[in-house]
Design a protein around this ligand. Structure first.
Ligand code: MG
Length: 393
């Protein structure tokens, strides 16, 4: 029985993690929940899973939450704000922490969990993309495991089981191609938020669905793969695979290629991150390759999707630049979701911001350096976007 603290319980990763816990009550127990501001859903989750500790990020919602669970006994410990989320992350009863918080907000609680000796089921990209230079040494120091819950990294991780050290030559990250994979490049300038939110294969949160449409998601995954599996950027490639059945592949030194396949369902990588190294029986629909029919592959179009190259460039530069890239992207996507900038402004704003960044401490940034770089990048995007926003009118 594994005890789980779940950060971001009302989001897409959170609700799917709770599905898994509900389906496997003899394997998993939820001891902690942390959410942003969705009181109604959080209260329902507390009722169903009876965690010992709960944090709601928005302190103004505490009264509402207390009222919603007033009849429950025993009452969980209720906390608020970032400090509350940190407490859930380092809660003594938890064995593993699922980090389903989107954005840099997930970084500090994840670090707290590592320092408390918790294994991490990693569903927060920023932990490694922004925090990689700080987080990796901490993992070593505290002897905790980082178990990828993202489908691509889970696929690579699964393929690597049994591969000897130095056996890995290359990583092939598969990409669905996002909402606009079949749209001519000229039409990208006019796409709307609603268009970009229509992902062809995966059901995910809003921010990551936009990242899939720009292919920044894949660029960020390249950086994440670099930190997780220790390969140089020259040995991490992207291949477009529209069916999203192969979740990624590895090429070994003898040219053998291993792939992990499954339906496009986030619950499978999440389950493996929680059950590793065990395999748990599920009653999910088995993959039917005859039903799938064909698996196809294409070269990624870097002219149409500049975000991939921006990510490779930032990744190679290292230090705080991946944090700058990530924060600039987060801010630009937020502005796009608010319909304040156009779709193609997203890569433009990110590129400008990365170009303007002058690193002071290139190779060994501290957590403070990373957070400062993140804050700086957001401000830069906000400033630069004012000109664009006027143009949108
Ligand atoms: Mg992914």
């Amino acid at each position: 029985m594994k005890a789980i603290s779940l950060l971001g319980s009302t989001g897409s990763i959170g609700t799917q993690t709770l599905d898994i816990a509900a389906q496997n009550p003899d394997q998993f127990r939820i001891v902690g929940l942390a959410a942003g501001r969705n009181v109604e859903l959080l209260a329902q989750q507390i009722r169903q899973f009876q965690p010992q500790i709960v944090a709601i990020s928005d302190a103004a919602k505490l009264g509402e939450l207390q009222a919603a669970i007033a009849d429950i006994t025993p009452q969980p410990i209720l906390l608020t704000g970032e400090a509350g989320i940190v407490e859930v992350a380092q809660f003594s009863a938890a064995d593993v922490v699922v980090t389903g918080i989107v954005g840099c907000a997930g970084l500090l609680p994840t670090i707290a969990a590592i320092k408390a000796g918790k294994d991490i089921a990693l569903a927060n990209k920023e932990t490694l993309i922004a925090g990689g230079p700080v987080v990796l040494p901490l993992m070593q120091q505290y002897g905790v495991k980082l178990l990828p819950a993202d489908s691509e990294h889970s696929a690579i991780f699964q393929c690597l089981q049994g591969v000897p050290d130095k056996g890995l030559r290359r990583i092939l990250l598969t990409a669905s191609g996002g909402a606009f994979r079949d749209l001519p490049v000229e039409q990208l300038a006019q796409v709307t938020v609603a268009d970009a939110l229509k992902h062809p294969n995966w059901t995910m949160g809003r921010k990551i669905t936009i990242d899939s449409a720009t292919l920044m998601n894949k660029g960020l995954e390249v950086i994440e793969a670099h930190y997780l599996f220790g390969l140089d950027y020259d040995r991490i490639d992207i291949v477009i695979h529209p069916q999203s059945i192969i979740h990624s592949m590895i090429e070994l030194e003898d040219t053998s290629v291993l792939a992990q396949l499954g339906w496009a369902d986030m619950r499978l990588p999440l389950l493996y991150a929680l059950s590793y190294p065990e395999r748990i029986v599920t009653h999910w629909e088995p993959l039917d390759l005859v039903k799938v029919g064909s698996l196809t592959f294409r070269e990624p179009d870097h002219a149409k999707y500049p975000c991939m190259q921006l990510a490779y460039t930032a990744g190679r530069a290292g230090g705080c630049l991946p944090a700058v890239l990530n924060a600039a992207n987060e801010q630009a996507v937020a502005l796009f979701l608010e319909e304040k900038i156009r779709f193609l402004d997203i890569p433009r704003l990110i590129e400008q911001t990365c170009d303007r960044y002058h690193p002071q401490n290139r190779s060994h940034p501290t957590l403070e350096d990373i957070i400062a770089a993140d804050q700086w990048a957001r401000q830069e995007v906000l400033k630069a976007s004012e000109a664009v926003m006027v143009a949108v009118g």
